[in-house]
Design a protein around this ligand. Structure first.
Ligand code: ADP
Ligand code: ADP
Length: 242
């Protein structure tokens, strides 16, 4: 049973141009995309800059209304989900964790924020959960009292992963999660994502321009061009030597 299903999803942006901004046009950022992702699988989304990957991610997250078509998550149209509930079930990890971590907030408080917002558990239970999450991503309990700038890029991405797991999501949309990291750290973060997937039964949509990363972590890969899926298949087959 597919966890995520996209049926003929199209997203057009209206843009104005010309000298006075009087001419209007339409950008077909996503154009008739149909695909599905099975529970516990990873779908890679590759393609050059501007092909529509981020827009498709926004449609999947329910962050932007689709122009036409339907996004179905857990057997229910994304538009039928309670917003707050959906925000806990689908999480996102970004390229640059630093830009999404509040520099004035301690690591522990960053990770705990979702639990606070959703009013989950007692103070003590939340504290325990944070310690558990820190351990899960390979950090130590005392790291909770530090600030983002005291951490390396790889550690910051671990914090972002811990924060995203706090609410027990089903689907994680990873947008270039290792692209900003040193090559030596990439494999570690990818290894962590893979390990967590097996342990927690997570499903990933994995956006990347780096084919070596995609072939490493994805079961299936969709190649996008000008808003359309040009090719989709098992990564083993797509990346096999001819
Ligand atoms: P990618 O993530 O693959 O780089 P995007 O989804 O960001 O691609 O962009 C797809 C197309 O949609 C591009 O032509 C881009 O300029 C356009 N686009 C993206 N966001 C907007 C927006 N908010 N308003 C208008 N056009 C946009
Ligand atoms: P939304 O309605 O999703 O908030 P906006 O139109 O406000 O989208 O734009 C979101 C971001 O995308 C803004 O930072 C904007 O500058 C940028 N953007 C707008 N038009 C384009 C475009 N043609 N290509 C790429 N990015 C764009």
């Amino acid at each position: 049973m597919a966890l995520l299903e996209l049926i003929d999803v199209t997203k057009h942006y209206k843009v104005s141009g010309g000298l006075l901004g009087l001419t209007t046009g339409t950008v077909r950022a996503v154009d008739g995309v149909t695909l599905s992702v099975e529970r516990g699988h990873t779908l890679g989304l590759v393609g050059e800059s501007g092909c529509g990957k981020s827009t498709l991610a926004k449609c999947i997250m329910g962050l932007t209304p689709v122009t036409s078509g339907e996004v179905i998550f857990g057997n229910r149209s994304i538009s039928a989900w309670d917003e707050k509930k959906l925000r806990s079930k689908i999480q996102m990890i970004f390229q640059d964790p630093y830009s999404s971590l509040n520099p004035r907030q301690k690591i522990g408080s960053i990770i705990r924020e979702g639990l606070d917002i959703h009013g989950i558990g007692t103070r003590e239970e939340r504290r325990e959960k944070v310690a558990e999450l820190l351990k899960l991503v390979g950090l130590r309990p005392e790291h909770g009292d530090r600030y983002p700038h005291e951490f390396s890029g790889g550690q910051r991405q671990r914090v972002a992963v811990a924060r995203c797991l706090a609410l027990d999501p089903r689907l994680v949309v990873c947008d270039e999660p290792v692209s900003a990291l040193d090559v030596s750290v990439r494999a570690q973060v990818l290894g962590l994502l893979k390990e967590l997937q097996e342990r927690m039964g997570l499903t990933y949509v994995f956006i990347s321009h780096d084919l070596s990363v995609v072939s490493h972590i994805c079961d299936r890969v969709a190649v996008m061009y000008l808003g359309r899926i040009m090719e989709i298949g098992e990564s083993r087959t797509l990346f096999a030597d001819p």
